[in-house]
Every structure is written in C-alpha cells, then in structure tokens.
Design a protein around this ligand. Structure first.
Ligand code: KG4
Ligand code: ZN
Length: 357
C-alpha cells in the first residue's frame, strides 16, 4: 500500500509551524515561523502577542508547507494538530485552522498531545537499520523543554507513566530566565533565543569558578525523590548578579557554564534513580533512552545523558537539534501513528491547555 501522508500543525507556544510527513518517515516539508523579534524586547513570551502573530502567519505557513511538498489538501490522509498543553490564546489558532481544513475537505482530524509528539519524534527521525538501536516501545524518555521537565516511561502509543516531573520551573524556563539575568545576547535566526545564547556562553566559560556558589537542587531533603527543581538554582544566579559579582564577559560565561553544568548534573542524578528502578523491574526491557524537547538541542546535555544511559546498557536516541525544538513534523508524525491506530477526533474538539500526559 502507498504510504500515508499527514500534515501537522503546531501553535502551542511561539512558533507557528506546519509540516507534511509520510508513514515511511519522509519529511516532505517543514515550515516554522518563529517570533523571536517580537518577544525579545518584552523580555519573554507575551501570550496575547504570540496569538496575534500565529493568526497572521498561520495561513501562509500552511500554504508554504503544501507548496514545498508539491501537494494539495486533497492529497493528505489526515490533518494532525496540537490540542495541548500550551498557551491558552495560542492553541486555538492552529486547532481552528486544522479543524476547518479537515472539515471542508472531509479529512480525518487528529488532536495531538504536544509532549507525546516530542517523545515520538525520535521514531520519525531514527532510520530503521537492522542492528541499529530504534525507539521501539517500551523506552524511557526525558523531555526537557521551556514548559516541561518530564521523565516518562513510554509503554505504547498513548500510554505513558510519569516517573518524575518538576516541582517548580521547567529546565528550559530556568535556562531562559538565567540567560536574561546574565544579560546574554540572543543569537539571531530560527534556532536563536536564550537557550542557544546560554549554550554559546557556557562553551566559552570555566564551570569550576562558580560551581560552589550554585548548589545542586534536591541534594539533602529530597535526595531519593525522582523529581526536579530548578527555581532555587535560578535564584542562586540572581544572588550572584545582585552581589555584583557578574560584571565582565568572562564572569557571564563562567556563571553560564556553572549553571549549565549544575542543571545537567541534577538531571543525571535523577535519571540514575529512575533507571536503577526501571531497568531491573520490567518484564519487557527498555529499548533505549529518548531525550527530546528544546533543551535536548544542547550538545553537552546530549553527551552527558548518553553516558548515563550507557551505564545501563541503553543507547541514547535524540532527534536532530532542529526537531528537538517545537515543529510541525513531530505533530504530523504523531498523527501518522494515531491514524494507523485508528485514533481520530471529531471536528468539534476544543483545546486542552493543561492536558496531563
Ligand atoms: O520544546 P521547545 O521548543 O518549546 C517548548 O515546548 O517549551 O523548548 C524551548 C526551550 C526553551 O526554554 C529554550 O531556551 C530551550 O528549549 N533551548 C535550549 C537550547 N535551545 C533551546 N536550551 C539549552 N541549550 C540550547 N541550545
Ligand atoms: Zn515543545
């Protein structure tokens, strides 16, 4: 049979995206229109402004995705769209576009969970090569983004156990706020923004100098809890800034490096706890560790987490950096998986801004 063709539409945060992928893992088109320039002067994402920008950009992004693939809506087997979680004023822009397209053209509609899509992206981007690792269920997944820090066991499509989550800030949120506190310059382009700025600064810095001033989260009281906390770490950086210890470019880079390393060590420690528990207790063994979400585009996070997984005999599988951050391809792929399983939705569905996985 010919492969299925699915469009994915994503407007949960500040990227307007649409992509078309096939069930044999080809990305026929992938269009992302970011809003960096809009939000940077405001010091962070302003949901109402983000929603307006989605409204302006959505039709053009969908047209570009079709044009680049050389297809019309008639050629699609389904239209998938992020239903949640995400910013309340932003989600309806994508959902309404998808619902109308699907209803007018009598195509199946598939509402997608944004975090499930991050977790399943690796199943789109990892080639199926005999003998090579592939994210077959069950796998463990660490999703590190601006809105979430989620450690899950992925059992099957739509079936995830939450092993740990953050008690306060998401790791990407702490990274963004720290980059702002340090006054780091955002890099231009689609993959710019505070996270990329922090990674670049950390690369130039010496982590040792400030490491003692940035205590590891949850080291005493909650040492054996599988969970995360990043707000204290962010406050430690704030205290350094307030004490006027961060003045030169070198100071900024050294703090960035120490902060980044502490974030990574915290994730490593909790991942160890979860793997200790999970690896031996499952009757069906885990196939790999999948790390995804915007923060997974950071090279040091990837190498360090790969080493942890390796200690348990698990390969690390990450999507390529540009598909770790929000994109339409991950929504389209989740649409493919749900379409194959017959999991379709009505044209009447509404957004779920707070949707547990
Ligand atoms: O998955 P994503 O694009 O959007 C959400 O669903 O939140 O993740 C965005 C997050 C932001 O906090 C951003 O600063 C972070 O991912 N990020 C990075 C890097 N690139 C993006 N964090 C660290 N290093 C990076 N290179
Ligand atoms: Zn995301």
């Amino acid at each position: 049979p010919r492969p299925l063709i699915v469009m994915g539409i994503e407007t949960s945060c500040d990227d307007t995206s649409a992509a078309i992928v096939t069930s044999d893992r080809k990305i026929l088109s992938e269009v992302v229109r970011g809003q960096q320039d809009l939000h940077q002067p405001m010091g962070g994402i302003v949901p109402t402004l983000a929603s307006l920008a989605h409204s302006r950009n959505m039709p053009g992004v969908i047209c570009d995705a079709l044009d680049q693939a050389g297809l019309t809506v008639q050629d699609l087997d389904a239209i998938a769209v992020t239903r949640g979680p995400g910013l309340p004023p932003c989600l309806p822009v994508g959902l309404n576009a998808a619902k109308t397209l699907a209803a007018v053209h009598k195509k199946p509609l598939i509402g997608v969970h944004h975090m499930e899509a991050h977790a399943l992206t690796a199943r789109l981007t990892t080639p199926l090569v005999t003998g090579d690792p592939w994210p077959e269920f069950p796998f463990m997944t660490l999703l590190i983004s601006g809105g979430h820090t989620l450690l899950l066991s992925a059992n099957s499509l739509g079936d995830y156990d939450t092993l740990g989550t953050t008690q306060d800030n998401a790791v990407g949120e702490a990274i963004d706020k720290t980059a702002r506190l340090l006054g780091l310059k955002w890099l231009p382009g689609r993959r710019g923004g505070p996270g990329a700025a922090l990674e670049a600064a950390a690369l130039k810095g010496d982590p040792e100098r400030f490491l003692g001033r940035l205590p590891m989260p949850m080291l005493q009281r909650n040492k054996s809890v599988i969970g995360f906390s990043f707000s204290g770490l962010k406050s430690s950086v704030m205290r350094l800034v307030e004490a006027e210890e961060v003045n030169t470019e070198k100071d900024m880079c050294d703090v960035a490096a120490a902060f980044q390393l502490t974030c990574i060590r915290h994730l490593e420690q909790k991942l160890h706890l979860a793997l200790d528990l999970e690896v031996n207790q499952r009757h069906k063994p885990l196939t790999c560790l999948v790390v995804s979400g915007g923060v997974a585009s950071n090279a040091l996070f990837r190498t360090r987490l790969e080493a942890v997984a390796g200690m348990y005999g698990l390969p690390l599988i990450c999507p390529p950096p540009q598909l770790c951050t929000d994109n339409g391809a991950m929504i389209a792929w989740t649409g493919v998986e749900r379409l194959r399983a017959g999991l379709l939705d009505d044209y009447t569905i509404t957004t779920l801004p707070r949707w547990p996985i």
